[in-house]
Design a protein around this ligand. Structure first.
Ligand SMILES: O=C(O)CCC(=O)C(=O)O
Ligand SMILES: [Fe+2]
Length: 280
């Protein structure tokens, strides 16, 4: 089994893309409107930032959740025992952003959010009627003017060989949000767990855009769209000396949006952040 790569410009792209989301929780687009040069420049410049001491001036704010999360702080996936081998920076347009990186990353944030609205319309238009009936407002409206969509710049440092035996770059987890939009990283490693319980490499050619379902869309669709488990495995050989940079945009509805009869965005998020140990 493989995740198909869908040509964004093809006439049947919306159907093929949504079918892939339904089957695997993941969809991969090529020929999409997000500039490769922009993504490459973000990778290069944030890599330098992570290697510098400047990052320590932006230590994350536990209330607002913006800023720099060091390796020591970084998440332990739900059910995992070891911390992930990663550090990251949370970008929100209203949050702290290093000034020299700001214009570029905000331009990406805006472009990716705009594409995300279109993809949510694809999902909505290709949901069976009984599923679409469950959406308490149009999916794209859920993220309109939201302050909650989170752009995470991730740095997985080279492996030193001193890592704890079971620790991996990102332990198996599901995303909390509606949809995640992720340009292929500069190094491989992302895998998704299939229905057959096998780990499958997500296509990762530079220039691909990877989209996956998060728990909030699973909740809003009554389970029709699966929030599938994924992870980032450790590289071996020469690749272990390389950093990996990636750039997931986690689409989050406004706080008051009702995902389902049980949850709003706010109540759902709080429950999940507590499980991750990043909020008390
Ligand atoms: O780095 C990646 O490729 C994926 C990261 C991820 O799954 C996450 O941060 O939720
Ligand atoms: Fe994830």
């Amino acid at each position: 089994m493989q995740i198909p790569v869908v040509d964004y410009r093809a006439a049947d792209a919306p159907q093929r893309f949504v079918e892939s989301l339904r089957e695997t929780g993941f969809g991969v687009l090529v020929n999409h409107p997000i500039s490769k040069q922009l993504v490459q420049s973000i990778y290069d410049r944030w890599y330098d930032f992570f290697l510098s001491d400047a990052k320590f001036q932006y230590e994350f704010d536990p209330e607002k959740q913006d800023g720099y999360f060091s390796k020591v702080i970084s998440e332990t996936a739900k059910g995992a025992r070891k911390k992930d081998l990663k550090e990251y920076y949370h970008v929100y347009p209203w949050g702290r952003i290093p000034v020299e990186l700001s214009d570029e990353i905000l331009s990406y944030y805006e472009q990716a959010s705009e594409l995300a609205s279109e993809l949510l319309n694809w999902v909505e238009d290709n949901s069976p009627v009984e599923v679409a009936d469950k959406y308490l407002e149009p999916l794209a409206d859920m993220i309109k003017d939201t302050p909650n969509t989170l752009l995470r710049v991730l740095h997985y440092p080279p492996l030193s060989g001193e890592e704890e035996p079971d620790a991996i770059r990102a332990a198996a987890h599901e995303d909390i949000n509606l949809l995640t939009i992720l340009p292929a990283a500069n190094e491989p490693g992302l895998q998704v767990l299939t229905k057959e319980n096998e780990w499958l490499d997500v296509p990762c050619e530079f220039g691909y855009l990877v989209i996956n379902i998060g728990d909030m869309l699973q909740e809003a669709s009554g389970g029709y769209f699966p929030s599938t488990t994924h992870r980032v495995v450790n590289p071996v050989g020469e690749a272990a000396t390389q950093s990996r940079i990636s750039l997931p945009l986690f689409l989050h509805p406004r706080a008051e949006v009702k995902l389902s009869e049980r949850y709003t965005q706010a109540s759902y998020l709080l429950e999940r952040l507590r499980e991750l140990g990043v909020k008390s």
